[in-house]
Design a protein around this ligand. Structure first.
Ligand code: TXA
Ligand code: MG
Length: 316
């Protein structure tokens, strides 16, 4: 069920029920962080392993501070630079946050979403919201209320329109004086380094991956998916019958006989590509194809985030 009425959503949350939450990155499946029954409901609804911790969404830096033991200076700099926004900070939790939320870890993930409807809701609640992305475990993340409703028709989803960033938040942690990248996301490494200098890379592609639950297979459509710099070369090598190609900037003319050709970002703008990524995968996923071939993006800025999501979608 989709609604624009914040008071319905507020009531559901107070009753301990999960709701679909719009954010600037992707839609979340949200519940009261302080209600353990509601939190366990989130894991069940998503079919998510309880070893995979949840991100907490707050309305303000002071609400974030109330959940943690320490807020390092570099965390403060990053929060001031990017909040509200798609940056999640991993900080030492205090006793107010239940171990169920953090999957028994000492740290909690926190961000302030940059979405007017989400902020308005959070400001009307006296508790923060846990919200993992609103997709069943391993499936494509939702970037519209309709995507959420298709996955979870029996819960209320607050309609906040199409997500502006379209990929999940960037996650960083802190080790001594160092900032550590744990998940590529909607804010590029370059943007973070322009604020705090060089940061360490511990994303799941790197040797010392840190984020638990960054499962290799994720964001997956129902059919096979291949990521490549050479879609046409790949096309000539595959046996599947009904094929769709998702191009980065433009359709190559030789692919006119392919069943479907979609383009992520005609302008070549990587932010536009990120915004369209999951919606394009949802569209292709609904077409009953045997195979989706996706053109790999340039490996810098948000291209790294998009390639990370595509590589997981391609994992069997
Ligand atoms: O943009 C986003 O971050 C979206 C929107 C809804 O805010 N949320 C989102 O949540 O992407 P989810 O659950 O799909 O991804 C959260 C990631 C998982 O890989 C999880 O393992 C990691 O954050 N995470 C959560 N809490 C953590 C913690 N305490 N320590 C380390 N990693 C954590
Ligand atoms: Mg997710």
């Amino acid at each position: 069920m989709i609604t624009k009425d914040i008071s319905i959503i507020r009531d559901r949350l107070i009753q301990g029920e999960p709701i679909g939450l719009p954010t600037e990155t992707v839609y979340g499946l949200a519940a009261n962080v302080f209600n353990s029954t509601a939190v366990s409901h989130i894991f069940k609804t998503k079919n998510r392993p309880t070893t995979n911790p949840l991100i907490v969404h707050v309305a303000s830096i002071s609400q974030a501070r109330a959940l943690v033991k320490r807020f390092p200076e570099k965390a403060n700099q990053l929060a001031n630079a990017f909040w509200p926004g798609p940056l999640t900070l991993i900080l030492p939790k205090n006793e107010t946050v239940s171990p169920m939320v953090t999957a028994n870890q000492e740290n909690v993930a926190i961000r302030i979403p940059n979405h007017p409807t989400a902020l308005s809701l959070l400001n009307q609640l006296d508790f923060p919201l846990v919200a993992p992305s609103a997709n069943p475990f391993n499936r494509i993340s939702p970037t519209t209320a309709e995507h959420v409703d298709a996955y979870f028709p029996s819960i209320y989803t607050l309609d906040g329109g199409a997500c502006k960033s379209g990929v999940e938040s960037t996650i960083v942690g802190f080790e001594g004086d160092e900032v550590v990248l744990m998940r590529h996301g909607a804010i590029s490494i370059e943007a973070i380094e322009s604020r705090v200098g060089r940061i360490l890379n511990r994303t799941s592609g790197s040797e010392k991956a840190l984020v638990p639950g960054q499962h290799k297979k994720h964001y997956a459509p129902a059919c096979d998916l291949i990521v490549t710099y050479e879609p046409l070369f790949m096309l000539s090598a595959v046996k599947q019958k009904k094929v769709g190609i998702l191009w980065y900037q433009a359709v190559q003319i030789e692919s006119i006989h392919v069943d479907v050709n979609l383009v992520l970002a005609p302008s070549g703008d990587l932010a536009e590509a990120a915004k369209n990524l999951f919606a394009s995968l949802h569209t292709l996923d609904a077409m009953g194809l045997d195979l989706i071939i996706v053109e790999r993006l340039p490996a810098h800025g948000l291209g790294l985030t998009i390639n990370d999501r595509l590589d997981r979608a391609a994992t069997k």
